[in-house]
Design a protein around this ligand. Structure first.
Ligand code: FAD
Length: 323
């Protein structure tokens, strides 16, 4: 059954986040040959619409308003609900990002719809659109369908491949004027923590350090390896608690969930709460002095050794390969 599907384009620093393109690919599956309409919310965002179309959106609706220049649940929900009212979609897909996790339940409640969150795969089986999502901290997967009403889902970044970019593709962009009122909170200023390089939750390569790095300076070899591989640096809670790095790098049950193509765990024991945030990575490499460390149970490749010897050697070798 062909359906109209709305997908949310996420913008950061005036650029589209990759998860927006993944949401379009997911939206295509849910639409079963119907229309995929991308929504942009913000100030001066309509100019980004052509990239959404090149990645497969059929049309773009942009809600532009100065009150939307930073994310607030109040403002964004008014904007997205206005588009939903106008477009009447039968499916909705957001990224399972900090923004998507905050906004989607609010919209679902307003629509009185269900919500399948954190889907890692979507397929059409017979009459149903079937969503796969991890449960029990990633130890098992469940498959879910929506039996009634709007099919509303959020997708985990880095799991559903975007469609190939087609620069020849064209489509219409409309700007919808929405009167945004009664914001209960106004963001006066955004103070960013200094973070270098690639966004951790979208990175294809993550080099993570644990208590084994022993100090803030111990992260330096990991940063060098990450720079050579174009990856991001992450951490265990052990490393964050020991003040070797900022909590924004924490991966795990109470930190970020990452699913990169390559995850290199350095000096991380592999506690269940850490595995909850990274065990679905495509290839896991563990470097640990202790051959009995739990991390080796989930690793595809294990290196028993001192990370301060192994990591610089890897950096050297990858440099030679010019990756
Ligand atoms: P450790 O367990 O101390 O392991 C350090 C490892 O480094 C050891 O295996 C050691 O052999 C190795 N090592 C030491 N020196 C070297 C060296 N030179 N070279 C190589 N290897 C070396 N943890 C998370 O990570 N994320 C979470 O989100 C999270 N949420 C939690 C939520 C709750 C409710 C609770 C109770 C705990 C949570 N934890 C979380 C904490 C978790 O249980 C562990 O305590 C933590 O993951 C341990 O961090 P670690 O592996 O860095 O440290």
């Amino acid at each position: 059954m062909a359906r109209k599907v709305l997908v949310l384009g996420e913008v950061r620093d005036q650029a589209l986040r990759n998860v927006s393109f993944e949401a379009i690919a997911a939206g295509k599956v849910v639409s079963e040959g119907g229309e995929v309409v991308a929504v942009l919310v913000g100030e001066g965002v309509a100019s980004l619409s052509s990239e959404l179309i090149q990645y497969g959106a059929d049309r773009v609706v942009a809600v532009e308003n100065t009150k939307l220049n930073t994310y607030t649940p109040d403002g964004y929900s008014q904007a997205v609900l206005a588009v939903i009212q106008e477009e009447k979609p039968e499916g909705i897909v957001f990224g399972h990002t900090a923004l998507g996790k905050d906004l989607s339940p609010k919209i679902a409640a307003k629509l009185n719809s269900g919500l399948i969150s954190d889907a890692t795969a979507i397929e059409v089986a017979g009459e149903n659109v079937v969503f796969t999502r991890p449960i029990y901290s990633g130890k098992a997967f469940e498959k879910k369908i929506v039996t009634d009403g709007i099919i509303f889902a959020t997708i985990r970044p880095n799991n559903i491949a975007p469609l190939e970019k087609d620069e020849e593709r064209s489509g219409e962009t409309t700007v919808l004027s929405v009167d945004i009122k009664d914001l209960r909170s106004i963001v006066k200023e955004v103070v960013r923590k200094a973070s270098e390089g690639v966004d951790l939750s979208e990175a294809k390569v993550v080099i993570a350090g644990g208590r084994g790095v022993k100090s803030e300076a111990g992260f330096e070899p990991l940063k060098e390896l990450a720079a050579v591989l174009g990856g991001a640096v992450g951490a265990s809670r052990g490393a964050c608690d020991a003040e070797y790095c900022d909590y924004s790098l924490q991966i795990g049950q109470t930190g970020k969930v990452v699913t990169p193509d390559l995850y290199i765990a350095c000096g991380i024991s592999g506690a269940i709460q850490h595995l909850a945030g990274m065990s679905n990575s495509k290839v896991i490499v563990a470097i640990n002095k202790d051959p009995e460390a739990n991390i080796f149970k989930v690793a595809d490749y294990g290196i028993v050794g001192d990370l301060f010897e192994v990591v610089p050697l890897l950096t050297e070798e990858f440099k030679k390969l010019n990756v």
